[in-house]
Design a protein around this ligand. Structure first.
Ligand SMILES: NC(=O)c1ccc[n+]([C@@H]2O[C@H](COP(=O)([O-])OP(=O)(O)OC[C@H]3O[C@@H](n4cnc5c(N)ncnc54)[C@H](O)[C@@H]3O)[C@@H](O)[C@H]2O)c1
Length: 290
């Protein structure tokens, strides 16, 4: 398969990442189906498409015709079979839990055409932990977008040992067609490139905060005004989701057995209180007025 053979994309999961990935694909001319098991999440994703596209037109970033075409390209359904049945490329963006992803890949293997590539947007789970749930492991790959997916340019494509050259190439080329900047990881590694580096930075920021060296706000200021980062680690945690941060730390601990990789107490505290960041209105900072 070549990238030009990809006409239809299916996005599984319409949450934080999935709703934007599906709209991104639609804007770039792909017939896209977006699916989720929670009807309210699907409705929210659809509402987002209905407000985002006119907003782009208003800002002069898109013509009315382009917005109309993009909206016509994307559809939302709760039915996975319908969403996947004639997809050439599937992007899974459901919760970061290996058994859930494996189950979905096993279903997708039965539902999607034999030539379809099945990609996971996981932040840290390597596709070799999922690929053997299918009968097409050479077509199972990591395609890691960043949040917000409509804005952030980078996509990490991870070529695990089971991934064919063709799958990796089509995935890289697809990212370029989506106006992204893909990088190829030639080996699987937990956390990939960005999250390994960010993870080290976040842990250091949490340590400084918990030791009382500086407040979360001031540490963020330090990284924005001293290191030129667009946002500090605490605001980034709120954007990514403290629930995801917690899950990533737990998964890392399960793999390494190293207590140093356990979530920091301040993360556990917010996680147990349901303070996940922007999506719940409170995390490290308060978003209740927005
Ligand atoms: N949040 C981020 O900043 C970010 C960045 C890059 C990658 N990721 C990765 O993207 C994936 C999704 O993360 P998110 O932040 O969008 O999560 P989220 O919790 O916002 O959304 C996940 C969605 O998956 C849906 N879902 C669960 N089980 C399903 C099933 N069986 N079929 C269909 N839908 C199902 C849920 O209803 C939910 O809407 C994760 O693997 C995560 O690691 C997240």
């Amino acid at each position: 398969m070549k990238v030009d053979d990809v006409k239809k994309i299916c996005v599984v999961g319409a949450g934080n990442m999935g709703h934007q990935i599906s709209l991104l694909c639609a804007i770039h001319g792909y017939k896209t189906t977006c699916t989720d098991i929670v009807p309210e999440v699907l409705k929210k994703a659809e509402n987002f498409a209905d407000t985002y596209l006119p907003g782009r037109v208003k800002k002069g970033k898109m013509t009315e015709e382009q917005a109309k075409q993009a909206r016509a390209n994307v559809s939302f359904t709760g039915n996975l079979a319908d969403a996947a049945k004639d997809a050439d490329y599937v992007i899974e963006a459901v919760i970061e839990v290996v058994p859930v992803k494996r189950k979905i890949f096993a279903e997708l293997d039965k539902l999607a055409p034999a030539h379809a590539i099945l990609a996971t947007n996981s932040s840290a789970i390597v596709s070799s932990s999922i690929a053997d749930a299918t009968k097409r492991p050479s077509q199972v790959v990591n395609l890691h977008f960043f949040n917000p997916a409509l804005v952030m340019k980078l996509v990490e494509v991870v070529k695990g040992p089971h991934v064919s050259d063709e799958t990796a190439q089509v995935s890289m080329d697809l990212c370029t067609k989506l106006d992204k900047v893909p990088i190829l990881l030639k080996k699987e590694v937990d956390g990939f490139v960005v999250n390994r580096i960010l993870g080290a930075l976040t842990r250091e920021a949490l340590w400084l905060q918990e030791m009382g060296v500086a407040s979360a706000e001031d540490i963020d200021k330090a990284m924005v005004y001293g290191a030129g980062h667009p946002m500090g680690p605490f605001r980034l945690m709120d954007l990514i989701g403290i629930d995801l941060q917690f899950t990533l730390d737990i998964e890392r601990f399960k793999k390494t057995g190293d207590p140093a990789t356990l979530p920091y107490p301040s993360v556990v505290e917010r996680y147990t209180k349901g303070q996940y960041g922007q999506k719940t209105g409170k995390g490290w900072f308060d978003y209740s007025e927005k």
